[in-house]
Every structure is written in structure tokens, then in C-alpha cells.
Design a protein. Structure first.
Length: 263
């Protein structure tokens, strides 16, 4: 009678695996690993593993060309400011893109502008702090993409004009007023009068994409805006004019894709 016996003992690890030295990974491989990790994981753990890992985290500005603070949530404002400052310092002036979360305040934005004079993309969600966006972007001559969502209750046309005047080289622009859905329902504080723009915008020679969410622009004012953007290819508006008016605009500007969303 044959009998079989099985050993439940674990197989010994190979010598190579047992003696693997993760700290000795080549810098180019570590750099690739860090890119996969993301900035928050690098800052909150990976840069503390060992000396070689920290050297990559601190000495590779390319890791910090795109700083995203929207994923940093569970910390105090003081801690948030420290993280932002260290991230921007690590970029060594090479940061090209910055996204600020709902707690990004004026002091944080000022620090970003100071440390990233070559910024090309800026995304701000001004949910809790009123910040001087126009004053900041005036100091960013290379800015190409701007996305702002804020509560500012001032004149919509003036805000739009000020942004365009501050950054005439923009290629993508998205402006959204957070507080306006209820205002549209109540018909309060909205400029829906006809006629030309009260605050004409400058000619935007490079603007190709424009999103205006909860802006009270009529058809005539939209026509004035489109005429000031000779290479505009995409226009997203919501909600300001009827579907019929959108179709008329689409027929008038064949080069332009117009999206009208209803919120």
C-alpha cells in the first residue's frame, strides 16, 4: 500500500529575494516608482524610507511639475500650508501645473505664484476662501489653462473681462460660479439684459476652449465673446440661452462646437 506524505513547511526564500536591497535600486527605477506612487504618498511616507529614497524625493524637481493639493484632505490648515510649501520648494521653480483644493487660501496661492513663475495650468476651487485670482494670474505670463470655481457675487462680465485682460494668451478658460443655481431659480442678481457687453473683453488670439457655467450671458453677449476669440473651437455654456438660440449660434459659427448644459 502506497502512502504519500506532504510537508507543510514553507519553502525557504531564495537568496536573491532574502537579500534584496530596495535602497540600492537605480535612481531611474526609483524615479519611475515615485511617479506611480503620486505626490501625496511620496510626501507622507516614501521619502522617509531611507536616505536614497529621500534623495530622489528632494532632488528630482520633475516629480513636482504637477502639484495637486485636491487629494490632501485630512489635515489642519497649518499642516496643509506646510505640505504645499514643501511641495512647491521641491519643484525648484519647475512646477507647470497646480490644482488647489477647496481650502486653498490667498496666502497659499501667493506662495504658488512666487515659487512657480512658469506655471502653465492653474485650477482653483474657491469654496471656503475668497481669493484674488486676477491679481495672481497677472504674475503668470506663461499661463495657458485656467479653471476657477468661486463664490464671487460681483458683476459677472467684469470678472470675465478682468481674467481675459490679465491673461490674453490663455488657450483654455473655465469659469464657474458655485452659488448660482439657486440664484437662477430666484432670478436674483443675474445680468440677463440684452445689448452689447458692458465690459468688452480683449481679443483672445489663442483661446480655443471656453466654459462659462452659471454666467448670465445673453445671445448677443455670447456673439461678442465669440467674435473676440478668432480661434475658439469649443464653447460650453450653462444655462443662459435656449436650445434654439444655441442652434442659431452653431449655424453661424461652423468652426465652433457649442455645448449647452442644463443644471
Amino acid at each position: 500500500m502506497l502512502s504519500c506524505s506532504y510537508s507543510h513547511r514553507k519553502r525557504p526564500c531564495s537568496t536573491a529575494a532574502a537579500t534584496a536591497d530596495w535602497a540600492a535600486l537605480p535612481p531611474d527605477i526609483l524615479f519611475t516608482v515615485f511617479l506611480k506612487l503620486g505626490q501625496h504618498d511620496i510626501f507622507c511616507g516614501a521619502d522617509s524610507v531611507c536616505t536614497s529614497w529621500r534623495r530622489i524625493a528632494l532632488g528630482e524637481p520633475a516629480l513636482w511639475r504637477h502639484v495637486d493639493m485636491t487629494k490632501v484632505l485630512l489635515c489642519s490648515m497649518r499642516r496643509l500650508a506646510i505640505i504645499l510649501q514643501k511641495n512647491m520648494n521641491r519643484s525648484a521653480g519647475q512646477c507647470e501645473s497646480f490644482s488647489g483644493g477647496i481650502r486653498c487660501d490667498q496666502s497659499m496661492l501667493t506662495y504658488v505664484v512666487q515659487r512657480a513663475p512658469s506655471l502653465k495650468s492653474l485650477c482653483l476651487l474657491d469654496y471656503r476662501h475668497r481669493i484674488n485670482v486676477v491679481g495672481a494670474i497677472k504674475k503668470l505670463p506663461l499661463l495657458e489653462c485656467l479653471k476657477v470655481a468661486f463664490f464671487e457675487p460681483a458683476c459677472f462680465e467684469k470678472t470675465f473681462q478682468s481674467v481675459c485682460e490679465a491673461c490674453p494668451r490663455l488657450k483654455k478658460l473655465s469659469l464657474r460660479h458655485i452659488c448660482l443655481p439657486w440664484a437662477y431659480r430666484n432670478k436674483e442678481n443675474i445680468e440677463i439684459h440684452g445689448g452689447p457687453l458692458k465690459y468688452p473683453i480683449p481679443v483672445m488670439h489663442e483661446l480655443r476652449s471656453l466654459r462659462l457655467i452659471f454666467y448670465g450671458f445673453t445671445e448677443k453677449k455670447l456673439v461678442a465673446i465669440i467674435d473676440s476669440c478668432p480661434v475658439l473651437e469649443y464653447l460650453h455654456i450653462a444655462p443662459c440661452i435656449s436650445d434654439e438660440k444655441v442652434q442659431e449660434l452653431q449655424a453661424r459659427y461652423a468652426r465652433l462646437k457649442i455645448v449647452s448644459a442644463h443644471y
